[in-house]
Design a protein around this ligand. Structure first.
Ligand SMILES: NC(=O)c1ccc[n+]([C@@H]2O[C@H](COP(=O)([O-])OP(=O)(O)OC[C@H]3O[C@@H](n4cnc5c(N)ncnc54)[C@H](O)[C@@H]3O)[C@@H](O)[C@H]2O)c1
Length: 290
């Protein structure tokens, strides 16, 4: 398979913007697509300042930053993705919405293009069936934030070819990531283990065992986690956490994965975490933890 030269990223939220940045930093021509133009403006700003942080830390030259920004283009027109060698989808964690996108991508992109999903939990095999090229569909799960976190989890669907796997692994390695490979079962490796822990932290809060601060401090100082599970949930997005728990619950069929009612209630109330200013913690006030 030919080397990947152009990348398209669909979804310019916290994950898609970071993946687009990685592509541009590592010499690829990148299209970043989002249906929401405000999301694209936010993405451009966040990529520009993240690249500046790499420069300040001496990890990137100012000239390389300028070149990376030149290689990145934003669009809301899916037709612009025609020439992409490799597409990474990072839109909302909904199987129906992702399938609709895969149907469109399958029609628009060239026949050799690989269609990857950054899904946290949804079946790659089922996304692949929405296309006419299941051999070229794969899971490429970046961690948050993609420019910083060292891991990429690759998920092979039932029909993913060896060629697609090797091209995806080569791309992740070009981004200087360590690759792990998972079978296509709900939640894969990382979220299969992480999300039940986060859900259990919500249950601990919901049942009055302890305050949110003590739950997070307990896990940070007691088990050496860099962030407490509730802070981490706010960082990931409570809507994303809830979607993943629902996928685990349905996909694995065990009641131990039932989402905590408090997590459901926060999402119903629009308290989805840092990205909206309030989740378990309130980030709108002076103090980050009120
Ligand atoms: N947040 C995390 O920590 C994390 C980590 C790993 C993987 N993921 C996965 O990455 C994906 C994106 O998560 P996120 O946190 O970046 O979400 P987000 O809400 O920050 O961004 C999603 C973006 O997709 C756009 N979008 C929605 N539907 C679209 C469509 N049909 N076409 C084009 N753009 C569309 C939205 O406008 C939004 O800007 C999800 O599948 C999620 O499970 C998230």
């Amino acid at each position: 398979m030919a080397e990947t030269k152009s990348l398209a990223v669909v979804g310019g939220g916290q994950m898609g913007s970071g993946i687009a940045q990685l592509g541009a930093m590592h010499g690829l021509h990148v299209w970043l697509l989002d249906t929401d133009s405000a999301a694209l403006s936010r993405a451009t700003k966040s990529i520009s300042s993240s690249l500046q942080r790499f420069v300040s830390k001496g990890q990137l030259s100012q000239a390389a930053r300028t070149e990376a920004l030149k290689r990145l283009k934003c669009t809301s027109n899916i037709e612009d993705l025609r020439s992409a060698d490799f597409v990474v989808e990072a839109i909302v964690e909904s199987e129906d919405v992702k399938k609709k996108l895969f149907i469109e991508l399958d029609k628009i992109t060239k026949s050799s293009a690989i269609l990857a999903s950054n899904t946290s939990s949804i079946s790659i095999t089922r996304l692949a069936t929405a296309t006419s090229r299941p051999r070229q569909v794969i899971g490429m799960h970046f961690m948050n934030p993609p420019p910083v976190m060292k891991l990429v989890e690759i998920i092979r669907g039932a029909d993913t070819s060896d060629e697609t796997y090797h091209a995806t692994k080569a791309l992740a390695e070009r981004f200087r990531k360590t690759v792990i490979c998972s079978q296509d079962y709900s939640g894969f490796i990382v979220n299969r283990i992480l999300m039940p822990m986060i859900n259990e932290a919500f249950i601990t809060l919901y049942t009055g065992v302890a305050t949110k601060e003590d739950i997070d401090t307990g896990m940070k100082l007691g088990t050496n986690h860099p962030m407490g599970p509730l802070e981490l949930a706010d960082f990931i997005g409570l809507d994303v956490c809830l979607s993943i728990m629902r996928v685990l619950h349905t996909g694995l069929g065990d009641s131990k994965y039932a989402p905590c009612p408090l997590l459901v209630q926060y999402v119903d109330a629009g308290r989805v975490g840092r990205k909206c200013g309030i989740g378990v913690y309130d980030y709108r006030k002076q103090s980050p933890r009120l």
